[in-house]
Design a protein around this ligand. Sequence first.
Ligand SMILES: Cc1cc2nc3c(=O)[nH]c(=O)nc-3n(C[C@H](O)[C@H](O)[C@H](O)COP(=O)(O)OP(=O)(O)OC[C@H]3O[C@@H](n4cnc5c(N)ncnc54)[C@H](O)[C@@H]3O)c2cc1C
Length: 404
Amino acid sequence: MTLTTEAPALIETTSLPLELTPELSELRERARRFVDEVLIPREREAERLHGRLPAEAVAEIKREGIAARLNGGLHSPEYGGQGWSRMEWALVEEHFGRSTNGLYWHIPNAYNVWDHASDAQRERYLRPAIAGELKDAYAVTEVDAGSDPSRIASTAQRTGGGYRINGEKWFVTTGDVAKVLIVMANVTDGEDPRPTLFLVESDAPGVEYVDDPGFTHNYPEGHPTIRFTDVEVDDDAVVGGVGAGDDLQRRWFTEERIAIAARGVGAMWRLLDETVEWSCAREQGGSRIYDYQGVSFPLADSAADAAAGRLLTLSVAALADAGADPKIVHHKASMAKLFVSEAAWRCADRCVQAFGGRGYMRSNVAERLLRELRVDRIWEGTSEIQRLIVARGLERRGVERILH
Ligand SMILES: Cc1cc2nc3c(=O)[nH]c(=O)nc-3n(C[C@H](O)[C@H](O)[C@H](O)COP(=O)(O)OP(=O)(O)OC[C@H]3O[C@@H](n4cnc5c(N)ncnc54)[C@H](O)[C@@H]3O)c2cc1C
C-alpha cells in the first residue's frame, strides 16, 4: 500500500451558522476594504479635532460610502437603500465597529422607523437621507424619562389640522445637524396618553437648542438637549399611527441592539489584532511581553468572548431574518447587547494594560475604544435594563427558548 503525501484540500471555513455565499463574502470584503482604506486612516485626525473632521473629509467618506454601496443598508432599494438582510447588515456593522470615533456615521443612513412611514414621508426625508443630503435624529429620552419611558412628559395636543407639541428631549444624537427630528410625545386627547412618534423639522418655530454638552467620546456629531414650545405640526407628521410609538420604539431597540453587539464584536477584533501584534513585538525583561501569561491570558479570554459574542449576535440576526417570534428576538437581542457591550469594554481595558503607557495615549486605538465602548452599556437601554428583559424572557418564554 502506498501512502499518499498529498495534503487534503482545504475548504474555506466559517464559524457562522450560515452558508457563506459568494455575495456575502463579497459584501464582507467590500465593508472590510472600506473600513481599512477610508475610515481607519482618518481616526487620529478625527480624535485630534474632537470628532469633527473637515467638511472635505466628511464629503469624501460619504462619497466613498455610497460608491461602495454601504449606505442605507437595511432600507429598501426603492428609496436608495441596499435592502440587506439582518445577517448582511450585522456582518457590515461588525466591520464598522473596527473603526473608532464613530466615523461610519458619515455613511448616509437613516433610522429604521422610516419603514413605517408613509410614502410621502419617505420621499421627503428617507430618500435624501440615504443619498447623504440630510440627517435624521431620534428624540425620546427626557430629564425624568430614561430607562422608564412611562415618565415621558412631552405632549401633543390636538389642534384644527394637526398637533401642538411641548416638551424637552435630552441626548438627541445628531440633533445638532439633523434636518428632521423623530420626536416621541404623548397624544393627550383621550383618557390615556398615547405615545406617538412625530416628525418635526429642526428649524420649525418653537424648536430651541438649549444645551450641547460634551461627552466622553469624540464623535462626528453631538447629543444636544432640545426644547419644543408650542411646535405646530400637521396630521401627516405622525409616523406609523397615533399610539404606535412604544411598539415602533421596541422594534428600533431590537435592531439597534443587534447592531451594537455586532460593532462590539468588531471592536474586539480590532483591539485583539493590534494588541497581539504589539505584544509579540514588544520586549521587556528579556522576553516578548506576549510570553508573559499576565499579558497573553487576558487577551485569550477576550478572544473567547469575541468568538462567543459573534455567534450569539449572528444567530439573533439569523433568527430575525427567519421571521422568528419577535418577542424571542427581542429578548435575545438584549442578551447579545448585554454580553458583547460588557465584554468589549473589558477587552479594551485589558488591551490598554497590555500597551502600558502607550495605551493611555489618545493616538492609541485601545485608549479611544475604552472611552467609546463605554456608552454601549448605557444607550439603547442600559445593561441593567437588558438584564431585566432577559430575566423576563427566562420567566415568560422559558429557559430553553431563550438559550436555544
Ligand atoms: C451619548 C448618548 C447618546 C444618546 N442618544 C440618544 C438618542 O439619540 N435619543 C434618545 O432618545 N436617547 C439617547 N440617549 C439616552 C439613553 O438612551 C439613556 O441615557 C439611557 O436609556 C439611560 O437613561 P438615563 O440616562 O435617564 O438613566 P436612568 O434611567 O436614570 O438610569 C440610571 C441608572 O439606574 C439604573 N436603572 C434604572 N432603572 C432601573 C431598573 N428598573 N432596574 C435596575 N436598574 C435601573 C440604570 O441602569 C442606570 O444605571 C443617549 C445617551 C447617551 C449617553
